[in-house]
Design a protein around this ligand. Structure first.
Ligand code: SF4
Ligand code: SF4
Length: 285
């Protein structure tokens, strides 16, 4: 089995291949839970999917502006042309956030080398500078000495682009993070879930270390020693509420409404949960 969202990871199979143990745990999990089956079109391809829908009621609080555990530590994908073209069209803004062009010039690269790299290199910077001179993900930036954010997303918001544009420009894995999609080797079936107490043995992200999806963690003294501000417990909302726009734009209204209606009928969420929520995709510093 493969981590579907990491199939284009620059480190390839080492990242996207599940171990046999993880595969076993996933199969056991999906044998014992309530699921929803649906055909989904993802990036123009149709897939049969089995959805761990109750996970969409899990509480989340994506307080990235106060996060000390940035999840943008490395490049999550070999970037596609949408991302590359957007950066090439907005070089000044890109450099003002990331400093990448200045850094590469300080290290002896010409402007032409830099443009060539944005167009052709896996991580849009010369390979030997990845996670070295260009620390963390190429597209990350630090607005202050605390948090690390996505320059692509911030540039889109700065330019007042639509949610469709944000989704087109940011890598799919980043738009959906921390949603987990695992594929059979022959891609005949996708399993969709979220990292939580039950799935942690096979998801790629570590639920126990991730404050935005683990409300219990933020009440621990260990977490508060490192992260005294933010992640207010009252700001946790069901994942389907925080990611409503993203889920609709990527998977469609049928996907969103089917899950929402099931969760409401099982009283795992309430219609009122959707009142007055600023959705994650539109949050600005
Ligand atoms: S770990 Fe969660 S809160 Fe922190 S930066 Fe990543 S998505 Fe945001
Ligand atoms: S969200 Fe942006 S900065 Fe973070 S890993 Fe994805 S592309 Fe990089």
């Amino acid at each position: 089995m493969k981590y579907f969202l990491f199939l284009n990871h620059p480190k390839g199979k080492d990242v996207y291949q599940l171990t046999k143990k993880r595969e076993f745990l996933l199969r056991e999990h999906f044998k014992h839970i309530k699921t929803l089956s649906m055909n989904l079109n993802i990036n123009g391809q149709n897939y049969n999917c089995i959805i761990d829908y109750t996970a969409f009621s899990n509480l989340s609080n994506f307080d990235c502006f106060n996060c000390q555990d940035p999840c943008c530590a490395d490049n999550p994908t070999i970037y596609n042309s949408n991302t590359r073209d957007f950066i090439l069209d907005n070089l000044v803004l890109y450099n003002s956030l990331t400093k990448n062009i200045d850094i590469l010039q300080e290290n002896g690269y010409s402007f032409d080398d830099i443009l060539n790299s944005i167009q052709n290199d896996n991580s849009m910077v010369p390979e030997k500078t990845v996670e070295e001179e260009i620390s963390l993900c190429t597209c990350s930036f630090k607005p202050n000495n605390k948090s690390t954010l996505c320059a692509l997303h911030s540039m889109c918001l700065e330019k007042k682009l639509s949610s469709e544009d944000i989704i087109r420009i940011k890598p799919l894995v980043c738009n959906l993070w921390p949603l987990e999609i695992i594929a059979e080797d022959d891609m005949s079936l996708l399993y969709i879930t979220l990292p939580d107490d039950f799935t942690t043995g096979f998801t790629i992200e570590d639920y126990y270390d991730t404050p935005c999806i683990n409300k219990e963690l933020v009440s621990s003294a260990t977490f508060r020693r490192k992260n005294p501000e933010g992640f207010s417990e009252k700001n946790y909302v069901p994942f389907i509420v925080a990611y409503k726009e993203t889920l609709i734009k990527i998977f469609g209204n049928k996907f969103f409404n089917s899950i929402k209606n099931l969760l409401i009928s099982e009283e795992l969420i309430f219609e009122s949960d959707f009142d007055d929520i600023k959705e994650q995709i539109f949050k600005k510093l």
